[in-house]
Design a protein around this ligand. Sequence first.
Ligand code: PPS
Length: 286
Amino acid sequence: MEKRTRLKLISEMPILKAFADNWENVVQFQAKADDLLICTYPKSGTTWMSEIVDLIRNGGETEKSQNKAIFDRVPFLECVGSTMPSGTELLDKLDFRRVIKTHLPISILPETFLEKNCKVIYVARNPKDVAVSYYHFYRMSYRHPEPGTWDEFLNSFMEGKVSFGSWSSHVKGWWKMRQQRDILYLFYEDMQEDPRREIKKVMKFLGKDLSDEVLEKIHQNSSFQAMKNNPMSNFSTYPYMDQSVSPFMRKGICGDWKNQFTVCQNEKFDEYYRREMSDTDLSFRM
Ligand code: PPS
């Protein structure tokens, strides 16, 4: 069983040690023009979007989504583990129309994706819910360092000292990039508010004109409950997680931060948010 280790730095960004040790393979990776990247800061709706894209690609049919784990259907570029193929190894075996998960900030995304002009779907989530979700993820995903107390973890989050670094640099970096590139920038909160509307945006971006009946199937099969019940989507077959500590499909709601933040933590976080977001027109619904 792999153990908790300290994070290591890649171009000043903290990341799991195993991922850092494998970084050269990510740098060497060759993208293809028909690759689609699903890019997020961790805990922002990556798995949800991966399921939606996979269902769209399969016309709403669940044969694939119920027979192959999400981390094999949508390989995680920078991921590596001792008991499973790495993201790049999985991707090298796929011929075309690959869907790729990554948490990399734009600043260190391998150039190959930009050279090939790959389409990108970026999903962002409000940072208070991200921080809460990430804390519980750190507790159960035991290759991460010990999260410490919630208060300690929240401070590390605000300091950008968690895996994949600063939340604000991530969301702002990709937000800026969307003007120059083929990037669909979506929000977790909008997906919660009107999932059909957001699925339609993804369909349009992928050039898919599917019937209302298929849309409904995609909506049903990508709901929180359907994904929580699907062993191929809920990470129950993934090593390196102890879901008895906290399930991967944990709550799937907006505003859970209200159950976790103290008044004092909330004030401090609001200050952090104002400071970090003062130089952008990007804003979040908490
Ligand atoms: S990861 O590990 O970074 O790839 O995690 P990620 O998939 O980005 O985020 C996990 C959170 O997304 C929630 N989730 C969903 N919410 C609503 N609907 C659906 N279908 C869905 N699927 C996953 C998941 O529960 C995590 O959020 P929290 O707040 O912890 O529940």
